[in-house]
Design a protein around this ligand. Sequence first.
Ligand code: ADP
Ligand code: MG
Length: 700
Amino acid sequence: MRSKLVLAASERPLPSGDALGATVLDHFAEDVFDISKMATCLSKPTFKKLMGTMQGMQALDPSIADEVASAMKAWAVSRGATHYTHWFQPLTGGTAEKHDAFLDFQDEKAIFAFSGKMLTVGEPDASSFPSGGLRTTFEARGYTAWDPTSPAFIKRHSNGATLCVPSVFCSYHGEVLDRKTPLLRSTQALKTAVTRLMSAFGFPVSPVKITLGAEQEYFLVDKKFYLSRPDLIQSGRTLFGAPPAKHQQLEDHYFGSIPPRILAFMTEVEAELWKLGIPAKTRHNEAAPAQFELAPIFEELNLAVDHNMLVMEVLRTVANRHGLFCLLHEKPFAGVNGSGKHNNWSVCYGDKNLLDPGSNPQENAVFLAMLIAVIRAVDMHSDMLRAVTSGIGNDCRLGANEAPPAIISIFLGDQLNEVIEQIEKGAGRKKTAAGQALRIGVDSLPTLQADTTDRNRTSPFAFTGNKFEFRAPGSSQSCAGVNMVLNTIVAESVDFIADKLEKATKENFNSVLQGLLKSEITAHKRVIFNGDGYNAKWVEEARKRGLPNLPSTLEGIAPLLSSANQALFAKYRVLNATEMRSRYEVFQEEYLRRLMIEAGIAQEIAISMIRPVALKEYAKLVGGLAGDCRALKRAAMELSQRLDALDDACQKMENALSSQEPKALLSALQTIRIAVDAMEKIIDDTQWPLPKYREMLFVY
Ligand code: ADP
Ligand code: MG
């Protein structure tokens, strides 16, 4: 029966339709109520006020809400929308929406209406979203509020469309229940700190912009295989599957030519994303078979985070239309690479990227100050970066030989490392003279070549020419948490540097800066590691350096409970102690629930799918034992042993399931997998009830 499945999966619908060509450009952002549309739909004063809000300068003026709502509705209805929703990001990790029709009545006549109040505030029941204790102490009511810094957009389905209003989500008393609110707050904190720093350097005030480019990795499997794998359906990953003879050892997939069916899928994904104004730019095969990547052009952080949530959704929906299933789990297949989400982050001041080494000594000085701020921040708070990349899926990926380890370290590359070493040694200091252009260890930095800074793929946190690339986040994770932490901890370090520089005089500014950079490098260089992060020796070396190594979720999220961390996030008004604790509880609960689901479905598959097939085969073998066939006897003996092993494994799982103890569950999952995978190798291939790795990873 499985061979039929393989045949069916290989009968691929051939990509059809006309090539989209340049016409797709005409559709770019057509489903977004963006600035150009606002400019034509709104009165001049309203447009101006709204622009002020969008640039984060002013709160939304309630007096313009009605006009904005009415224009937005008229536009959305003209594009086929009948409903609207506040689109928000609860702590489930996904997005949430509750649709309301624009429907209303006027003089007993049905009309479409949308008021300023409907646009700005929504009131979904918060009680069904994870709140980590906030719900029991506070009212169940929750509020969503429009985030005007991210434009409204239209989401389409087969026979309709919905206006989506990006929103924040909080409880009746204002406790944060989502991922967007703290992200926005952390962005504000970092902007304030950077403004201070730049003013200490004597730069005129300019807008600060945090940028993000989120590279998204994913797997595609044929939907027919997916639907025959209860483990994939229930847990997002394969809990069983013997390693195939060929997996990724030939390294023939990465950057290989993209198969036609996949390319047709990618083309449609991009067309959909472009309509939503999402600048999908790069597509390629990834290292594992059936693994791919999509990278957009970087954008302002909040928008880029929203866009990444939409990228994941569009990947899933378009895959479905193509008879495929998109797996966003961090490790859907054991033994081949897992999927990450590379978080490329930088800070702009006006149109200058502060992580781009400058073209003059003053710009170089700012660059080095920012660089040292990031190094200091990551060294002091790597535990928090780890906390927000924790999760049951990423536990299977981090440190598993093809992803950065759970130890957070920074890669700078040889060139920059040399610069840092020079500063620490104090080279060039003598040259510094008051009133002269800044000299911080080196007169001017060499031009850093992006390709020489980006060779080390084993580092979780790499400087890549003009940005930092954080590679620990998992493919299914929202970028919101990661960047909330990054912004906050860097804000603290930038403030630390600004504090010192503000106290310096014009005369001693250079030497204060020089001394500061030197002392901070000495204090925090332990976090810099340019070697091979996959090497087991690094674990030992990192331990000697005192770097935290938090290999799994339950340890990984513990830093959310530390009072020092809580004080830091409270100081920057990103999350208060209660909100931090509630997050810990939500993540812990989610981990335990998912683990129980994995264990439950593994047990069910073993008992109700694998065992019956094995028993039937065993009965067949035993039925023929009357003869004198050695091979038959041996086969019966071998299968009998493996059946016993499976039985023991199921018993172990039974105990683990009733104990609900994480360690016991993890160990039982491993044991039951070994028992089932061993059986897969000997059972009649036509009878094996699950699609195999060699099929799922190669037939598409
Ligand atoms: P790779 O990491 O695969 O070599 P690239 O260097 O081209 O790929 O870029 C990876 C991602 O980094 C892209 O999404 C790109 O838009 C983004 N990126 C480039 N510059 C910046 C920046 N200044 N801030 C944030 N992201 C950036
Ligand atoms: Mg990259």
